[in-house]
Design a protein around this ligand. Structure first.
Ligand SMILES: Cc1cc2nc3c(=O)[nH]c(=O)nc-3n(C[C@H](O)[C@H](O)[C@H](O)COP(=O)(O)O)c2cc1C
Length: 139
C-alpha cells in the first residue's frame, strides 16, 4: 500500500504529527511519503492507495473552526483522487468543532468521502489514532 501524507502546518505541530503518522505506517510495512501542501509530488499522490490530508485547526477556539485558506487553495489545485482511501488529520488545542466537516466539504469535488479522521492535541499519536490507522491499513 502506497501512502501520501500531505500536511499544512503553521508552527510545526501538524508537521510533526504527520511524521508520527508516517513513522507508524512505515513501522507497519507501508510505503509512505510525507510532504507539505507546498511541496508534494502529484505523480506520487496519483499512484497512492491511501491519502492522508492534514491541516492545523484554525478558529475561535471553541467554535467556527476551519482549515486555513492555504489548505483550501491546495485542494482546489490538487488533482482528482477519487477511488482512493482518504483520511483527514488535524492538531488543535481545545476543540475541532466544524473542522472536519469543512475539510470534507472542500474536498467533495476531488475525492470520495474520507474513511477516517485523526486528531491530536499534540504531535503524539493517541491510542485511538493507532487503532484508526490499524483499521485503515488492514481494510
Ligand atoms: C489563529 C489561531 C486559531 C486557532 N484556533 C483554534 C481553534 O479554534 N480550536 C483549537 O482547538 N485550536 C485552535 N488553535 C490552536 C492550533 O490549532 C494548534 O496550536 C495547532 O496544533 C497548531 O498547529 P501547527 O503547529 O501545525 O500550526 C488556533 C491557533 C491559532 C494560531
Amino acid at each position: 500500500m502506497k501512502t501520501s501524507i500531505i500536511y499544512n502546518s503553521h508552527s510545526g505541530t501538524t508537521k510533526a504529527y504527520a511524521e508520527e503518522i508516517g513513522n507508524f505506517l512505515s513501522g507497519n510495512g507501508i510505503e509512505c511519503r510525507i510532504s507539505s501542501i507546498d511541496d508534494y509530488d502529484k505523480e506520487y499522490l496519483l499512484s497512492s492507495d491511501l491519502v492522508m490530508l492534514g491541516c492545523w485547526t484554525s478558529g475561535l477556539m471553541i467554535f467556527a473552526q476551519h482549515p486555513e485558506r492555504a489548505w483550501k487553495k491546495f485542494v482546489e489545485e490538487m488533482p482528482v483522487i477519487r477511488k482512493k482511501t482518504v483520511a483527514l488529520f488535524t492538531t488543535y488545542k481545545i476543540a475541532t468543532g466544524s473542522m472536519f466537516r469543512k475539510m470534507e466539504n472542500i474536498l467533495a469535488d476531488k475525492s470520495d468521502p474520507p474513511k477516517a479522521i485523526l486528531k491530536s492535541r499534540s504531535k503524539q499519536l493517541t491510542d485511538k489514532n493507532r487503532s484508526t490507522l490499524e483499521v485503515l491499513i488492514n481494510s
